[in-house]
Design a protein around this ligand. Sequence first.
Ligand code: DAT
Ligand code: MG
Length: 138
Amino acid sequence: MSNITFTMIKPDAVADGHIGAILGKISEGGFKIKALKLTQLTVADAKKFYEVHSERPFYGELVEFMSSGPIVAAVLEKDNAVEDFRTLIGSTNPAEAAEGTIRKMFARSIGENAVHGSDSDENALIEAQFHFSGREIF
Ligand code: DAT
Ligand code: MG
């Protein structure tokens, strides 16, 4: 399953009513939806998903935020999906994100930044399988 990436529309963007607009940007960006659901991370889920950041000073608030409300999880397919999706979402800090990117348009702050995008093909597969069973990925 190369050419896939994993994304979440984070609790801030769901609460702010941006699910439809963000899915629209994803579709316009040429990504095909392979899996999609509204769900919520437990604290344990969020700790595990962001384990790589466990030594960072923002880990506690990141885990608290990511488990604070519903998210939309999705698996997306496109040539060069990981890199192209990172371009579409923009920099981690929305203040530094390019015009027209999802984070520039919809994020609240560096911590509450509207969307997740996988950072490698390897992690895309791990993250997709963390959230979806085989029968949920089309
Ligand atoms: P990205 O989501 O762009 O891959 P990352 O992997 O470095 O960024 O960090 C994961 C998430 O952690 C990020 O989306 C928001 C949060 N985060 C990163 N840096 C932060 C900071 N300096 N302060 C607060 N939250 C931060
Ligand atoms: Mg990252």
